[in-house]
Design a binder for this molecule. Structure first.
Ligand code: PRX
Length: 628
């Protein structure tokens, strides 16, 4: 193996001998020379009701299409196909509640529950192409609801349970959802988040929703609106609901889901993914990166409400017939050993989580993990934000006992599947996601579009299409072109800055736009600002992200009050509460500073860069466009 520069962790003999991919270079060469052939070979491992005419159709780029002419259904490949094999009796989903109760579903049982769920949706009049919003805690019914939508060709739109009234309202309205699936409440750190009550408030602002399907989780009393709200358990247990549900044979390019994500300006946008390409992309990346085999017990600790949960709790693992774990609660509740307990209890072999969680658990010291038998682990994963080398090394040494390679996977809601990622056979460098997935061509460019030199920072772009790529922004194809495909001709702009070292390894630095990663969650400064100005006391507001030891970034805000309002500690607290109530607790600002003016360009745009430089005590750079 070639000697690489810097701090390098080479794979063990054991890993090299047993991994599915033993020679990454060979695989990359094959995929690079024949991109369509590579993906066709992957697609052939899945089932199609009708085969494709074309693997990649780039006639209308950047509106790429994959596997055109094919008919399939991702839910069929996640469940039905496994019932024809020994996997029928294999565990598909292990769920553990915050209080320690567990529910375990074989592929047979999960298929049955999803089919029944699909029949419930049909009984509510949901048809192919209809949008269904899910606003739930981390419980099996969330995965079942997603798969049930897919099964009947409906489009799911999952709204993370940590979002609140206005975020939910915006997403319901934009997607024009017919049905909302919600839990009565969700447990978090022993408390109950009243999801149904939040939804009721959002529904007062949203008109399209005809039915609200309520899944009982906490048993706390909720308001049920006659004619609109119905309990899931009541409906699913009616004699008319059985477990026979004919799968909808959809086109490969039919929409599977939309997922709202924050961009630079304005409201969150709905990223649209389709059945065929997304299925092939998540299937292959999951298989190779986590080197999945039948004995594995895989746990992705993300929330299904974000893309990581979609691709790598639900779809990727089930497509591979793997055993996937879902845990309801927080990593350190009631004690900081909660996760280590789970790994030991279920014999987890692959753990996939975010740097913020690792940093948080690191803080409690080694004694907590050392109290548990973590020897079942063989591969670790990281996602969501750059992992600092210190956290990487801790994760590797204390959790992985120096035996488990760490797959630091860089990707986005938009990319659907892993983009820059190691495979277990590759030498690793703490803090780098290594190289683009086989067949992908990426680059780092300067403002003018020239590739930067090794170890210089620039804009990260993707130069080849890939199957799981987003197809468009729902209802806004122009924005899709403008946001992602117009800075550099024919290249996908990621919004991240990065460096590439002399070994061709990529190092992600962070966002180049006004997107913030707070504890790995993606938020836009615009959402926080519009929540602030929706408060009666606020005239103008600006939000920036500043480095934070645990969260990666923390939100700091600057507020100009309307005349007649006085700044006070009480008002500051009110504003923080208001952002939490409108956007969600994850968006609560760390600080609110009352100011008289905000730095703006002459055309009236807030110069957040100037605020950030001031807060960090740095030089704001070019301020020639700053208003007097
Ligand atoms: O900035 C990058 C960061 O997360 C952004 C995408 O956020 P989201 O769409 O919410 O998807 C997160 C989960 C895939 C990226 O633009 N990011 C994601 N993974 C990494 C990362 N930054 C550094 N290293 C990663 N492994």
């Amino acid at each position: 193996m070639k000697k690489l520069s810097g701090d390098v962790y080479y794979p063990s003999e054991d890993i090299l001998n047993n991994a599915i991919v033993k020679d990454w270079n060979e695989m990359d060469k094959f995929a690079s020379e024949n991109l369509e052939g590579f993906w066709a070979k992957e697609a052939e491992e899945l089932e199609w009701f009708e085969k494709w005419d074309k693997v990649l159709d780039d006639t209308k780029k950047p509106f790429y299409k994959w596997f055109t002419g094919a008919k399939t259904n991702i839910a069929y490949n996640c469940l039905d196909v496994h019932l024809k094999t020994y996997r029928k009796n294999k565990v598909a989903l292990i769920w553990e509640g915050e209080k320690g109760e567990s529910r375990i579903f074989s592929y047979f049982a999960l298929h049955r529950e999803v089919s029944r769920f699909a029949n419930v949706l049909k009984s509510l009049g949901v048809q192919k192409g209809d949008r269904v919003t899910l606003y739930m805690g981390r419980i099996p019914e969330l995965a079942m609801g997603m798969l049930a939508c897919a099964r009947i060709g409906a489009v799911h739109s999952v709204v993370y349970g940590g979002f609140s009234v206005e975020s939910l309202h915006e997403r319901l309205e934009d997607s024009h959802s017919k049905v909302l699936i919600v839990c009565d409440g969700a447990y978090q750190r022993g408390k109950i988040i009243p999801l149904k009550a939040i939804a009721d408030e959002a529904l007062q602002r949203a008109a399209s929703v005809e039915s609200v399907l309520v899944v009982k989780r906490t048993g706390e009393p909720v308001n049920m609106e006659f004619g609109r709200d119905i309990w899931y358990h009541e409906l699913v247990n009616l004699p008319i609901i059985n477990s026979k549900n004919d799968i909808e044979k959809v086109d490969a390019e039919d929409p599977l889901f939309m997922l709202y994500t924050s961009g630079t300006t304005g409201k969150p946008k709905a990223i649209l993914h389709t059945h065929g390409g997304y299925m092939v992309g998540t299937y292959s990346t999951f298989k190779y990166v986590f080197d999945i085999n039948d004995e594995d017990r895989y746990w992705c600790a993300a929330d299904p409400g974000w893309v990581t949960g979609h691709s790598y709790i639900v779809y990727g693992p089930l497509l591979n017939g793997a055993t996937s774990m879902m845990y309801e609660g927080a990593p350190n509740y009631p004690f900081p050993n909660r996760w280590w307990q789970i790994i030991e209890k279920y014999g987890i072999t692959i753990l996939y989580t975010a740097p913020t969680a690792i940093r948080g658990l690191m803080r409690f010291g080694e004694a907590w993990p050392n109290r548990h038998d973590l020897s079942s682990l063989r591969i670790l994963g990281s996602v969501g934000e750059p992992i600092n080398p210190e956290a990487w090394r801790w994760y590797h040494r204390v959790i992985g006992k120096n035996n488990c390679p760490i797959m630091d996977t860089w990707w986005q809601t938009e990319t659907g599947s892993f983009m820059i990622t190691p495979m277990p056979c590759m030498p690793l460098k703490p803090g780098s996601g290594t190289k683009p997935f086989p067949g992908l061509k990426m680059d780092i460019l300067d403002e003018a579009g020239n590739p930067v030199k090794d170890n210089e920072e620039g804009f990260l772009v993707i130069k080849t299409p890939w199957p799981a790529m987003m197809r468009t922004i729902y209802k806004d194809p122009d924005k899709y072109i403008e946001k992602y495909w117009s800075k550099y001709d024919g290249m996908y702009l990621t919004g991240d800055s990065a460096k590439r070292d002399e070994d061709g390894y990529y190092w992600i630095i962070g966002r180049t736009d006004d997107v913030l990663k707070v504890s790995g969650y993606r938020l836009g400064t615009a959402e926080i600002e519009s929540a602030l100005v929706s408060h009666p006391a606020v005239a103008e507001a600006a939000a920036i992200g500043l480095p934070h030891e645990l969260k990666g970034n923390a939100i700091h805000t600057f507020v100009i009050l309307k005349s007649g309002f006085e700044k006070s500690e009480k008002l500051r607290e009110d504003l923080i509460y208001h952002v939490g109530h409108e956007v969600g607790p994850i968006a609560k600002p760390e600080s609110v500073e009352f100011v008289d003016v905000l730095p703006k360009t002459r055309s009236g745009k807030i110069m957040r860069r100037v605020l950030k430089a001031r807060a960090l005590g740095e030089d704001p750079g070019n301020i020639s466009t700053l208003e007097e």
